[in-house]
Design a protein around this ligand. Structure first.
Ligand SMILES: N[C@@H](CCC(=O)N[C@@H](CS)C(=O)NCC(=O)O)C(=O)O
Length: 237
């Protein structure tokens, strides 16, 4: 069996992708061996013979049969379905549904305030020869300049991220992981989301004393500290 994970890297080797982190944790949870291949945004279209628009992309080959899977949620489900005898990412059908909900909560409630807080930090870390295209694509997609997206005092933009995290905070005050006593994919989804600011912004996104901090420290300590050993830019764990 061989697994290759294509993962986004920015200047200096930073790994900021929430979606790629989710898959990294999922592969570790399943105790699967895999190789990571870093790509820039410009390199995505050449992955696995072409046709991919986003990362992560997983190339998996087992018993001589290979396939390419894109999209972090599809990859997690593929791993769960292909390796049912290995530790479960979801626990059960309810766990899978809960993880799907949390993924959508991250996308619809967290992504935007986070983007407003850190988009210019991301831009600064795009390799110079790709910055113009990065800006053009996002400004067209969102109908405003990166500077307009990041308008307003940074304190207010960070406060909006902290407020959006309240549902997770309420849960993590009472239990060690979102999934309960042990981490599962639902935890990897939120941890991945937090790797995005962790890897690119110098700002303190999580307040000192926030119950999310000890949970994130527990997440970073998992699997020989794959998360903790990645490059940290922010002022936090
Ligand atoms: N729904 C996809 C989203 C993946 C995604 O948006 N990845 C970003 C990197 S964090 C990407 O590849 N963007 C390509 C681009 O904007 O050109 C997933 O869960 O994998």
């Amino acid at each position: 069996m061989s697994i290759v994970l294509h993962e986004l890297a920015l200047a200096g080797g930073l790994r900021p992708s929430a979606y790629c982190w989710r898959v990294r944790y999922a592969l570790e949870h399943k105790a699967l061996e895999y190789r990571v291949m870093a790509t820039s945004f410009a390199g995505i279209s050449s992955i696995a013979g072409g046709g991919q628009k986003t990362v992560p992309v997983m190339e998996i080959s087992d018993a001589g049969v290979g396939r390419v899977v894109g999209d972090s949620w599809d990859i997690a489900n593929d791993l769960e379905n292909t390796y049912p005898d290995r530790p479960s990412l979801f626990g059960d059908a309810q766990g899978r549904a809960f993880a799907f909900f949390i993924q959508n909560w991250c996308l619809h409630a967290l992504h935007k305030p986070m983007m407003k807080a850190i988009i210019l930090d991301v831009y600064d870390r795009i390799p110079p020869d790709e910055q113009e295209n990065f800006r053009k694509v996002r400004e067209q997609r969102l109908g405003m300049t990166l500077e307009e997206i990041a308008a307003g005092p940074i304190d207010e933009r960070i406060a909006a991220v902290r407020a959006a995290l309240e549902p997770a905070r309420a849960v993590l005050q009472t239990q060690p992981f979102l999934s309960g006593d042990v981490p599962r994919h639902v935890d990897y989804i939120l941890a991945g989301q937090l790797h995005w600011p962790r890897e690119v912004t110098p700002a303190r996104i999580l307040e000192v004393g926030d119950p999310i901090v000890p949970w994130f420290e527990r997440m970073l300590a998992l699997y020989d500290r794959i998360g903790a050993d990645s490059t940290r830019t922010w002022d936090g764990p």
